[in-house]
Design a protein around this ligand. Structure first.
Ligand code: ZN
Length: 195
């Protein structure tokens, strides 16, 4: 389990990335870290892309209803508009943001802010997704979480799209995607239903 380094002992902030496939618990881990910071009296601000409207507009919501209020934004530059005194910034579904997110995150860090980012590392084709690869390169701490493949029980690293939509971004949950290990992902539609 991830343990935070001492906050006061560092001059600048730092970047944490929590990545993995769908249904791997990324948002739950983000919420866990943000709640602990808030209980410690730290001021927390949370952002998510406004195009992610699967759940409530203003909440970072995970599958277990363990939710925190968030601010939906369209452009990554809007994370720079945080009020004075914020200690921790959380960003959910970061794969949907523009590629400038990495630059803006680093400038917030230099102001002493801890940044915690959650996002899909791969899209439904298994390719690196949006700004997540760049964020992984500049992060101090990386946590890769996994789901369980419903076909074979191995660790699932990929998000398999059950529909035939070809766009990179298709919002959906269990109706549209299932987690798969690398082997079962490669078998594609030969495995239509979990065994
Ligand atoms: Zn599998």
């Amino acid at each position: 389990m991830f343990l935070e380094p001492g906050f006061k002992s560092q001059r600048s902030g730092w970047i944490e990335v929590i990545c993995g496939s769908m249904f791997s618990g990324k948002t739950e881990e983000l919420i866990r870290r943000l709640k602990r910071a808030r209980i410690a009296g730290q001021k927390v601000q949370i952002f998510k892309p406004s195009q992610d409207t699967r759940y409530d507009e203003r909440q970072v919501v995970s599958h277990d209803d363990n939710a925190l209020l968030s601010t939906p934004i369209l452009f990554s530059s809007q994370i720079l508009d945080i009020p004075e005194g914020i200690n921790v910034v959380g960003i959910d579904e970061a794969q949907f943001f523009d590629m400038d997110l990495t630059r803006h995150v680093q400038s917030l860090c230099l102001k002493g802010i801890r940044i915690i980012i959650a996002g899909l590392d791969m899209d439904f084709r298994g390719n690196p997704f949006g700004p997540i690869p760049d964020l992984l390169a500049v992060a101090e701490y990386i946590t890769k979480v996994h789901a369980i493949c419903p076909h074979c029980g191995n660790l699932a690293t990929h998000s398999y799209r059950l529909s035939e939509d070809e766009q990179t971004i298709v919002l959906g949950e269990r109706d549209k995607y299932e987690p798969r290990c690398r082997t079962c992902f490669g078998m594609g539609s030969l495995l239509s239903f979990p065994i």
